[in-house]
Structure formats: structure tokens, C-alpha cells
Design a protein around this ligand. Structure first.
Ligand code: GLA
Length: 379
């Protein structure tokens, strides 16, 4: 795991002085509530210990200059007259753009950015970059850190500047998570509540090592189908459709749209039941909900691939496993399992081996505690 020391040493190597500020913002794994955020529904993600870090010092002019250590690359831009370009720096420029548009007066800075959130794996490394950037700006420019407002602006940067039509979940948990708690978020009202992780349970992230291109077009297609269903029921979002109403009238929908809606409506219900199970320290029920969620994402929402289905089946078959499901947008990337803590190491070994035998691929598995949301880190 990266630490204050590593990141500030890197800053010192490059700038020959100590950083004025060190910030970090975490990646996330979603426990349950998949493809519900853009339907005004409920989600229950958890921040990872893995994060994007920035060590920096303010500048007297209006330029931002960053070394991205992981990319071995450097970029620079002015806060005046921002223009779209290419590459990782667009996340930073997008954040600067939307914050200025929202009326924040930003100050320039220079620094080094480093991270240990696996990239392209569905663990929200881009939301972490956005929230770390926002945290950096809030510190050097002297405005108050309001997590959900910052998350909204981060999402807007991603939607409008980067051009990815994501929901609010990833930025929200990166901005607002509390260590050792998952974040229960109502994506309509943006009310949130930290929910303590159950005792004696480990959360395991299982990367299938598969990645699919064209995730965005498939994602946008799902969004449209959900909107079509909401329109049919005459409501703002699928969040508003009651189960009874769905059963009575839903059959008039095209079959595929009906399936998409059934996933979202049942998934919202599962989130509420998962929150209750966590509060009751009941990992057995929580695990069952994970399994049901995966089945629904596989059969109704159709966003899994073979690799995700295999790794989830293998995980579910382990005696130490309470439940497992794909996590994030889907189509490849990661799954998540809740496992009895004392058996976590053996579980990881068994899943890796069985997955290799089944798929011929190497999975990487890791454990994470529930991490802290975006923060300024002291020495
Ligand atoms: C991606 C998006 C999120 C959310 C998930 C699916 O991670 O960025 O907003 O829609 O997919 O739950």
C-alpha cells in the first residue's frame, strides 16, 4: 500500500523540497446495488485501501503541473482557457473545468500523482483521480470539502468532459466513505449513511483479468433501456416502480426491457435487505443477496461474461464463502466475495487454482478493509 512517506519522498526527489499538502482518494468495490445509481436507486459500495495520491505545493500563477508517476508522464495546463485533449490529464482538466463553471476560484499547483488502484479493472481508478484532484484543489484554493457536492461535480467532469455517462456511485464513495464502513447511498436524494462492516468477515476482490472493449456502448444501451421502462410506467426513474405494478403492467414491455427493469427493481430491494443484514451482523443473509444479485446481473441485465460467471461460481462453491457476485459495470473486470475471515487465505488459493483450471487465465485476488474517503494526509 502507498503511504505518505513514499509519495512525499517522490515529491522531494522531483521538486527538492517537502510537499505542502498530500491528499489521497480511494478506488472502490461495490458490495451490492449494481446499475441502480442511474435509476435513482440505492447502492452499497465500499472504498478500498488502494488509492490515488497527490503530493503538491501551490503555485503563484494559474498553472497546474503534474507528474503521473505510474504513467511515467508529465502534463501541464493553464486554468484559463481549458481545452480538451487526450490522456490521463483530461480527468484533472475536467475537474478544473466543472469546478470553475460552478463558481469555485481555483489556484494553480504542481505535484506528483501516484496510485495503487488497479487500472481498467472496474475499481474506479478514474473516480479516484477525480476526487484526489478535487481534494487537492479544495486544499490549495481554500474551499470547504463537501463530499457529495464534490462527487456530483466529479461525475459531471466525467460525463461532460471525459464523455463517460457514469452514475454518481463511484465518485460518491471515493469522496465520502468512512473507514471500516460501507457507504449506503440514496442516489436520488444523495443522503448517505456509513454502515459498519460485519465482524469476522473479509471482503475479497477477484480480478478475472478479462477486459472488454465497447463497455461504454453496452453501458449506454442499458441506461436507455432503463429509461424506456421508466417512461412506460410514467415515472421519473425505475426507482419509483413498485413491484406490484411491475407485475401487473410490465408484461406489455418488450421482453428485453422487461428483464432490465426486473433487475433494477429487485436489485434496489436487495440493497435495502443487505443494509439490514449488515446492521444485524448477518453475513449469511448478506451472502445470499450477493448470489441473487449475480444471477440477476447474469440473466436479466446481461452484463456478465464467462470469466465473471466462472469465478463467481467457483467462489460460491468454497465452504468459507458467504456469497459472491460481479462488481462494477460488468462485461469483464472484477467480482467480489464475502468470506469467513479466518479462511480468507485458503479461499484465495483455492479460487485462483480452480479458476486457472477452468479458464486458463490468471486471476489476481486481494483483500481490502473498508477504506477512508478522500482526505488530506498528515505526515
Ligand atoms: C460503473 C459506473 C457507476 C455504476 C456502475 C454499475 O461503475 O461508473 O456509476 O453505474 O458502473 O453499477
Amino acid at each position: 500500500m502507498l503511504s505518505y512517506h513514499t509519495v512525499s519522498a517522490e515529491f522531494e526527489r522531483l521538486f527538492r523540497s517537502k510537499p505542502a499538502v498530500v491528499v489521497r482518494a480511494p478506488g472502490r468495490v461495490n458490495l451490492i446495488g449494481e446499475h441502480t445509481d442511474y435509476n435513482d436507486g440505492f447502492v452499497l459500495p465500499m472504498a478500498l485501501e488502494h488509492a490515488i495520491w497527490i503530493a503538491l505545493r501551490p503555485r503563484t500563477d494559474r498553472r497546474v503541473m503534474v507528474y503521473a508517476q505510474d504513467m511515467n508522464d508529465r502534463a501541464e495546463f493553464s486554468l484559463d482557457g481549458l481545452e480538451r485533449g487526450h490522456g490521463w490529464v483530461e480527468y484533472l482538466k475536467g475537474v478544473a473545468h466543472v469546478f470553475q463553471q460552478a463558481g469555485y476560484r481555483l489556484r494553480g499547483w504542481e505535484g506528483v500523482m501516484m496510485g495503487d488502484v488497479p487500472r481498467g479493472a472496474g475499481l474506479s481508478s478514474s473516480a479516484a483521480v477525480e476526487m484526489a484532484t478535487a481534494r487537492a484543489f479544495s486544499e490549495v484554493s481554500g474551499f470547504v470539502w463537501e463530499p457529495l457536492r464534490m462527487a456530483r461535480l466529479g461525475q459531471q467532469a466525467e460525463n461532460e468532459w471525459v464523455g463517460v455517462k457514469c452514475g454518481i456511485m463511484d465518485q460518491a464513495v471515493s469522496a465520502a466513505a468512512q473507514a471500516d464502513h460501507a457507504l449506503f447511498l440514496d442516489c436520488r436524494t444523495l443522503e448517505y449513511e456509513p454502515i459498519p462492516m460485519p465482524a469476522d468477515v473479509s471482503v475479497l476482490v477477484m480480478d478475472t483479468s478479462t477486459r472488454r472493449g465497447l463497455v461504454e456502448s453496452a453501458y449506454n444501451e442499458r441506461r436507455q433501456q432503463c429509461e424506456q421502462a421508466a417512461h412506460f410506467f410514467g415515472v421519473k426513474a425505475l426507482r419509483d416502480v413498485r413491484w406490484q405494478e411491475f407485475l401487473e403492467r410490465g408484461r406489455e414491455l418488450p421482453r428485453v426491457v422487461w428483464k432490465r427493469a426486473r433487475h433494477v427493481i429487485t436489485e434496489n430491494e436487495r440493497v435495502l435487505r443487505a443494509v439490514a443484514a449488515m446492521r444485524a451482523n448477518d453475513p449469511v443473509t448478506l451472502g445470499k443477496l450477493f448470489n441473487e444479485s449475480h444471477a440477476s446481473l447474469r440473466n436479466d441485465f446481461e452484463v456478465t461474461n464467462d470469466a465473471l460467471n466462472w469465478i463467481v461460481e467457483i467462489a460460491q462453491a468454497q465452504p468459507a464463502c458467504y456469497g459472491a457476485r460481479m462488481t462494477g459495470a460488468g462485461f469483464g473486470g472484477c467480482a467480489v466475495a464475502v468470506v469467513r475471515q479466518e479462511a480468507a487465505q485458503a479461499f484465495m488459493q483455492a479460487v485462483k487454482e480452480a479458476y486457472r483450471a477452468r479458464s486458463g487465465l490468471e486471476a489476481s485476488l486481494f483483500l481490502s478493509r473498508a477504506g477512508q474517503g478522500a482526505e488530506v494526509v498528515q505526515e
